[in-house]
Design a protein around this ligand. Structure first.
Ligand SMILES: Nc1ncnc2c1ncn2[C@@H]1O[C@H](COP(=O)(O)OP(=O)(O)OP(=O)(O)O)[C@@H](O)[C@H]1O
Length: 256
């Protein structure tokens, strides 16, 4: 049997709200296999971002254990985990340093999880390779190599965040609604590119989305979160049998 790449054993996050204890993640057990591309759906407040926060090390669980490649990383800091785990956020502003150019951001991303220094000579040397990477997604990013990322469009910035997140191949890629802030056409283009690059590079990925179509169309597995717990875990075959109506019904009953 393949060893799970990521294991969450009985992971619980408890917060105190108005004097009451509340489990915003409630005994989560999850095994992610190498090469899995898992889409994650859930209502607002279901615990999706909290799940990513405990996996990335942004939040320490109140109880339970997180293993990466069999190694217990529960107590590892976010910085230490950054070598293995990369994350793209919904907000285009969060993934890149706005005053630095596209090229400089890409160069820094290659050193994810290591001491980061920027040398101009190094940037010149690396430029052809970085341009090749940037040119993989046809949205003009490669032509803006020397542009500060703060001057890019949201779509270009999210594409850059994705390229940066995968540049030093992560063990695990977390996509946190990375297309949600984009217009429908740009969102579809970036999603198609995301799918292509994940398959070509055989990345292991968890992707939170509110787009039912994307959740059903992409990936080999679908997880549905509700009230801090995994309510559904569908493999490729079960996922293929699901319809958008099934999912809409789930959302109706979860919210009702
Ligand atoms: N530090 C905290 N203290 C108290 N409650 C919190 C804290 N962090 C999150 N919550 C609550 O936990 C629940 C889950 O939040 P989370 O952001 O993980 O949901 P989500 O599924 O990502 O939602 P959305 O789709 O709206 O982004 C929410 O009800 C939120 O208000």
């Amino acid at each position: 049997m393949t060893q799970a790449m990521l294991q969450l054993n009985d992971v619980t996050v408890t917060v105190t709200n108005g004097g009451q204890s509340l489990n915003i993640l409630n005994h989560i057990n999850l095994n992610v296999n190498p090469g899995d591309f898992i889409t994650i759906l859930g209502t607002n407040g279901a615990g999706k971002s909290t799940l990513f926060n405990v996996i990335s090390g942004n939040l320490t669980p109140t109880a339970g254990q997180i293993l990466l490649d069999g190694k217990d990383i529960t107590k590892f800091s976010e910085e230490k985990r950054a070598r293995y785990i990369s994350r793209v956020f919904q907000d285009p502003k969060l993934g890149t340093a706005p005053r630095m150019t596209v090229g400089e951001n890409m160069l820094l991303a290659e050193k994810r999880g290591q001491r980061r220094t920027l040398g101009l000579r190094h940037l010149r040397q690396k430029k052809p390779q970085l341009l090749k990477e940037l040119g993989l997604f046809d949205n003009g990013l490669a032509d803006r190599f020397d542009t500060p990322t703060g001057d890019l469009s949201g779509g270009q910035r999210q594409a850059l965040s994705l390229m940066m997140a995968i540049s030093a191949k992560p063990e695990l890629l977390l996509l946190d609604e990375h297309t949600a802030a984009l217009d429908p056409k740009t969102s579809n283009q970036l999603m198609a590119f995301t799918h292509q690059i994940i398959s070509e590079r055989n990345l292991t990925c968890l992707m939170i989305t509110h787009h039912l179509d994307d959740a059903l169309k992409y990936g080999n597995r679908l997880i549905v979160l509700n009230d801090g717990a995994i309510e559904g875990d569908y493999d490729t075959a079960a996922k293929a049998a699901l319809s958008k109506d099934d999912m809409l019904q789930f959302f109706d009953s979860a919210i009702a």
